[in-house]
Design a binder for this molecule. Structure first.
Ligand SMILES: CC(C)(COP(=O)(O)OP(=O)(O)OC[C@H]1O[C@@H](n2cnc3c(N)ncnc32)[C@H](O)[C@@H]1OP(=O)(O)O)[C@@H](O)C(=O)NCCC(=O)NCCS
Length: 183
């Protein structure tokens, strides 16, 4: 469990928190079986991720389970279950590789417990340690208030919004924010 962090989750902030602690650690290949149901459910909802409905498990696995210089991490509950995951990788190759990109997903039944915040803090700290100079999110759906609030809390700002770049199942064509922070 090299690099694992014990993370306190604060019950008083949520009112309904069951877990007292969790561990964030680098994912292993064995974790994919628990990540896939979370990722595919969130992706299929079509509200927050640029996810093709025809995405196969193999394709999703190749995209999510990153190898160095990319990384994939999981948040693991105190009963051993994976409750969230994130990955990082260079946003562009070569001369653009000093800017990191990251993806995040938290189990829909485990939202608003501080898991996303803990994953975000871990990812930022790791990205700094890996030598990235900045982190950029390319496609934050402008109706995704939970994510936008979380990224602002973590120091990101909206650089630009690509108009009508995302087809939301309920809201129609909405913008995609490019969000950025230096590290
Ligand atoms: C975005 C996401 C990762 C947040 O995970 P989470 O574990 O629920 O977030 P946290 O509990 O750590 O919340 C941290 C902060 O984010 C914001 N936030 C989270 N959920 C929110 C909600 N439903 N409404 C408003 N703000 C919210 C708040 O600022 C919150 O802090 P607070 O509880 O002190 O107000 C999660 O909602 C998710 O997986 N969404 C689907 C996938 C996705 O959007 N990925 C990111 C794409 S850019």
């Amino acid at each position: 469990m090299r690099g694992a962090l014990a993370v306190a989750v604060y019950p008083e902030k949520t009112g309904c928190v069951m877990l007292e602690s969790m561990v964030i650690r680098e994912a292993t290949a064995a974790d994919w079986a628990a990540i896939w149901p979370i990722l595919s459910e969130v992706g299929a909802a079509g509200e927050t991720l640029t996810w093709d409905p025809g995405t196969t498990e193999a394709w999703a696995c190749a995209g999510w389970m990153r190898e160095l210089p990319g990384r994939t991490i999981v948040a693991v509950d105190d009963d051993g279950s994976v409750v969230g995951s994130a990955n990082t990788h260079p946003n562009h190759p070569g001369p653009g590789a000093h800017v990191a990109n990251a993806g995040f997903v938290v189990h829909p039944a485990r939202r608003r417990e501080g898991i996303g915040l803990a994953l975000g803090r871990y990812v930022l700290e790791q990205a700094r340690a890996d030598g990235y100079r900045a982190m950029q999110f390319n496609a934050v759906v402008e109706t995704n208030t939970p994510a936008i609030r979380l990224w602002r809390t973590l120091g990101f700002e909206v650089l630009a919004t690509v108009p009508e770049a995302f087809r939301h199942p309920a809201d129609g064509y909405v913008g995609l924010h490019v969000m950025h922070r230096t590290l």
